[in-house]
Write a protein that binds this ligand. Structure first.
Ligand SMILES: Nc1ncnc2c1ncn2[C@@H]1O[C@H](COP(=O)(O)OP(=O)(O)O)[C@@H](O)[C@H]1O
Ligand SMILES: [Mg+2]
Length: 291
């Protein structure tokens, strides 16, 4: 039993600025840093750190070799990661100024994933295996349909949530993982009231397993008439980046080991509570031995 995470890889180029650059202005940055990002990447690293064998399938440009090295360093298998010389590796240009940011996102190779690549990758997986996806790559409908045909269990973290999600064959998803904003979107609600979102999700998807995280409010698991709540652990928060990705990786790894939902929610919450105490994304995800 293995996990195939078919997902995004993004370079985050972070520039600290005196002020946000105006039209016609050329402005030097105060500092620069490059991080490895993408929800796909973070979740593969979280799965690996949780002790679950994980294959990351995706696509990078000719400048993407260090992504492959980076994933390998954490023990993520990259046999099905494709290098495409005609594309730029997905990236974000992030201006940071006085705690605010401004972001240009270019999907690049993440948005060049096509039916051929999906067929080539899925050939290596079968009905024992789990497919994990987020909403940051192309050809999602094809991917879901083919994986379902193979009998794979499909776990969908609907992030970032947008209208396209409703065009996917959602009946083929086994588990949805959302935060409260994505949960409201999935239930087509405007409200931020957690009870209403939970009610809405259970009404629209009564037969799906749904995991909803809600930051400091903890997390919820819903399936048919089951509703479980897990408190968040009280910690000093430094940076909540990748909290949700950590949660997804540890929850899934734990569920695949023994299927104990309450234990999986608890482990995922403990892991995410460590992530929020560190700066950055992948580097703040804990190893299972720390929990
Ligand atoms: N301030 C916090 N204190 C403790 N745990 C947190 C905090 N923020 C998030 N977490 C943990 O991380 C999980 C995911 O965070 P959340 O913000 O819901 O995800 P996302 O990053 O997708 O928005 C929460 O369910 C909780 O367990
Ligand atoms: Mg949040």
């Amino acid at each position: 039993m293995k996990v195939l995470n078919f997902g995004s890889l993004n370079y985050d180029h972070v520039y600290e600025m005196d002020h946000f650059t105006e039209p016609k202005e050329t402005q030097s940055s105060l500092s620069y840093g490059r991080n490895y990002g993408g929800k796909g990447l973070n979740q593969s690293i979280a799965l690996a750190k949780a002790g679950m064998p994980v294959y990351h399938a995706g696509r990078v440009g000719s400048d993407g070799q260090d992504f492959i090295d980076y994933l390998n360093r954490y023990g993520v298998h990259t046999d099905y990661l494709m290098k495409d010389d005609s594309q730029a590796t997905g990236h974000a240009i992030i201006e940071v100024c006085k705690g605010q940011n401004r972001i240009i996102l270019h999907g690049g190779a993440n948005q060049a994933i096509d039916e051929q690549q999906i067929d080539d990758v899925l050939e290596h997986f079968g009905n024992e295996d789990v497919l994990l996806i987020q909403n940051e790559i192309s050809s999602m409908t094809y991917l879901i349909n083919r994986a379902f045909e193979k009998g794979m269990k499909i776990v969908f973290n609907t992030a970032p949530m947008d209208e396209k999600v409703f065009s996917y064959p959602l009946d083929k998803i086994s588990i949805f993982i959302v935060n409260e904003i994505e949960g409201a979107g999935l239930a087509r609600l405007e409200t931020r009231d957690l009870d209403e979102i939970i009610k809405g999700l259970r009404a629209v998807y009564p037969n799906k397993e749904i995991v909803m995280t809600a930051g400091e409010e903890g997390s919820y698991y819903m399936h048919k008439d089951i509703l479980i709540h897990q408190d968040a652990y009280q910690v000093e928060v430094v940076d909540t980046t990748a909290a949700g990705d950590t949660f997804t990786g540890f929850f899934l790894a734990s569920m695949m080991k023994d299927g104990d939902v309450a234990a999986a929610l608890d482990l995922a919450s403990r892991a995410a509570s460590i992530t929020v105490q560190g700066k950055g994304a992948a580097q703040s995800i804990p190893d299972i031995s720390q929990l």
